[in-house]
Design a protein around this ligand. Structure first.
Ligand code: DOR
Ligand code: ZN
Length: 346
């Protein structure tokens, strides 16, 4: 008799669905297991206005398989030209659930992001007033700062001063990767953090030892083992301030396996089995639902999903597809490097 685990259908509070042929290929992968997802706006060009977010939402819905029960929760990409009134209107209509801060140059398609936080203060003050969360890509881009220190330096030099200036601003520290991130997320009010599937599994040795593994390269880059263990403790604790945001970020293989490879791990296909493995390993299967289906919805003020997802443990290892084929090219599915004995029951 196989082990069964039934959860409220999970939410992915940080997801890249892209557009066009890639969207068509990856949207069904998330819709299969997830109820909702916070959709990242770093398209080319980025999703900056409420009108653009509404059009993107329509394209996502059109890419879903017939009968899919998957709700995209839209975000806007913060720029130094963002109009506080447009954000307020998009939030009031219910369309937009958060605004994303990309420090300019921090990651994929972030060149239109924010260089000078002072320029977006009126937007952030408006967001605090209306309770609209700010999702932060929490890395400084200063060339002098070592890439492995960028998150900790962001917390000290950007996030903490911002929160002291606007304590009412609701902030989600996206895809935290350090023990400093774990600690800061628990340090005050109006604060939460997403944690990805791959950062619960990878440390920096996995990327670099025995040859460079481009499919393990993402941003923020995976850190030392002690940081991965801090993330595992946080995710499996049940603490309401930590929740799943996969940051599943598809790039075609030709751009990952490249002299200047793109950042991103594509985990939409197998995230829930991988998380069941991780939580079982840490003796925390009873807290998986909090991480994937309760904490994020509660932070965003959403009703808990009423649908259910059932995971089952198998005797033989589960074989996940190695790649997803998109019209733009193949996308490699994240391979954790160990045998997984959990699958989602169809
Ligand atoms: O690894 C990443 N990929 N990190 C990000 O912040 C962006 C994402 C992407 O869009 O490819
Ligand atoms: Zn992301």
């Amino acid at each position: 008799m196989s082990q069964i685990l039934t959860l409220r259908r999970p939410d992915d509070m940080h997801l890249h669905l892209r557009d066009g042929a890639m969207l068509a290929a990856v949207a069904p992968e998330s819709a299969r297991d997830f109820a909702r997802a916070i959709i990242m706006p770093n398209l080319v060009p980025p999703v900056v206005t409420g009108v653009q977010a509404a059009a993107y939402r329509d394209r996502i819905l059109a890419a879903l398989p017939d009968g899919a029960a998957f709700e995209p929760l839209m975000t806007l990409y913060l720029t130094e030209g963002t109009d506080p009134a447009d954000i307020a209107a998009a939030a009031a209509s219910g369309l937009v659930k958060a605004v994303k801060l990309y420090p300019a140059g921090a990651t994929t398609n972030s060149h239109g992001g924010v260089r000078d936080l002072a320029k977006v203060m009126p937007v952030l003050e408006k967001m605090a007033e209306i309770g609209l969360p700010l999702c932060t890509h929490g890395e400084v881009t200063t060339p002098e700062v070592d890439i492995f220190d960028r998150e900790a330096v962001f917390i000290d030099t950007v996030l903490d001063p911002l929160r002291r200036r606007i304590p009412e601003l609701r902030v989600v520290m996206e895809h935290i990767t350090t023990k400093e991130g774990v600690a800061y997320a628990a340090s005050g009010d109006n604060l939460a953090a997403t944690i990805t599937t791959h950062h619960l599994i990878l440390n920096r040795n996995h990327i670099l030892v025995g040859g460079i593994k481009p499919h393990y390269y993402c941003l923020p880059v995976a850190k030392r083992e002690k940081h991965r263990l801090a993330l595992r403790n946080a995710a499996t604790s049940g603490d309401a301030r930590y929740f799943l945001g996969t940051d599943s970020a598809p790039h075609i293989d030709a751009l990952k396996e490249h002299a200047c490879g793109c950042a991103g791990c594509f985990t939409a296909t197998n995230t829930m089995p991988l998380l069941a493995h991780v939580f079982e390993e840490d003796g925390a299967l009873d807290r998986l639902e909090a991480f994937t289906s309760l904490n994020g919805a509660t932070f965003y003020g959403l009703p808990l999903s009423e649908a259910r997802l059932t995971l089952e443990k198998t005797d033989t290892p589960v074989i996940f597809p190695e790649k997803i084929l998109s019209g733009a090219g193949p996308v490699t599915v994240f391979d954790p490097g160990f045998a997984v004995h959990w699958r989602v029951r169809a």
